[in-house]
Design a protein around this ligand. Structure first.
Ligand code: ADP
Length: 199
C-alpha cells in the first residue's frame, strides 16, 4: 500500500456512459492521491458559468454529441500542463476520439508523461441504460433522458470504442469487470494496476 501511494499514477478511464467512470475515477484518484479530472464536470462548470467554451459546448452536450476536439484538448492540456503542471492524474471522459488520443499521446511522448494505464470498465448495455435512467431521476442532468442516452451510447460505440485498440496496441489497456458493488469494482481496478510498474 505504501509503495502504491508513493508512485505517481497517470491513468484514464475509458468506458461508455453509465459504466462508472466518475465514481471509480474519484476513488482511484483518492487512493493514489492525484487529481481527478473529468471532462464532463469541467465542461458543465463552463456551461454553468456561461463562459465562451461553455456557450459553445452546451448544445452538443444537451444532444449527447461530442463537443469539438479542439475545445476539449485545449481544456485538458491546460489543466495538465498549464500554470501548475501535474505529474499524476486520473482522467475521466478524455480522450474520447482518435484525434484526442493521438494528440495526447504525442504530447505525453514529447514531455515524458505518457499514460501508465487505460482502464476499460466493462458493463452490459442494458445495465448502462438502467443506471443512466436511474441517475437521470435524481441528478437533474439534462442529458440523462432516454433519447440522449441512446445517442451517447451510439457516439461511444462509433467514436470512442476504437480507442480500445489504440491503447491495446500500446500495451497499456487494463480490462476490468465494471458490474457489482462499487467497492468491488475499485478493488478489481487496484488489483489490475498492481503488476504495472510506474515511476
Ligand atoms: P457520460 O460519460 O456519462 O456521457 P460525461 O460527463 O463524461 O458523461 O460527458 C458529458 C458530455 O460532455 C458528453 O456527452 C459530451 O457532450 C461532453 N464531453 C465530455 N468529454 C468529452 C470529450 N473528451 N470530447 C468531447 N466531448 C466530451
Amino acid at each position: 500500500m505504501g509503495g502504491r501511494l508513493a508512485r505517481m499514477l497517470r491513468a484514464l478511464l475509458l468506458a461508455p456512459p453509465g459504466a462508472g467512470k466518475g465514481t471509480q475515477g474519484e476513488r482511484l484518484a483518492e487512493l493514489y492521491r492525484v487529481p481527478h479530472l473529468a471532462t464532463g464536470d469541467l465542461l458543465r462548470r463552463h456551461v454553468a458559468g456561461s463562459t465562451p467554451q461553455g456557450r459553445l459546448a452546451k448544445d452538443y452536450m444537451d444532444r449527447g454529441e461530442l463537443v469539438p476536439d479542439r475545445l476539449v484538448i485545449d481544456m485538458i492540456l491546460d489543466r495538465i500542463a498549464g500554470e501548475a503542471p501535474l505529474s499524476g492524474f486520473v482522467l475521466d471522459g478524455f480522450p474520447r476520439t482518435l484525434t484526442q488520443a493521438r494528440q495526447s499521446y504525442d504530447w505525453g511522448r514529447a514531455k515524458g508523461r505518457t499514460f501508465h494505464a487505460v482502464i476499460s470498465l466493462q458493463v452490459p448495455e442494458d445495465e448502462l441504460v438502467r443506471r443512466l435512467l436511474e441517475r437521470g431521476r435524481s441528478s437533474g442532468r439534462s442529458d440523462d433522458n432516454e433519447h440522449t442516452i441512446r445517442t451517447r451510447l451510439r457516439v461511444y460505440a462509433e467514436h470512442t470504442e476504437p480507442l480500445l485498440d489504440f491503447y491495446r496496441g500500446r500495451d497499456i489497456l487494463v480490462e476490468v469487470d465494471g458490474t457489482g458493488p462499487v467497492p468491488d469494482v475499485t478493488a478489481r481496478i487496484g488489483d489490475a494496476l498492481l503488476p504495472l510498474a510506474f515511476p
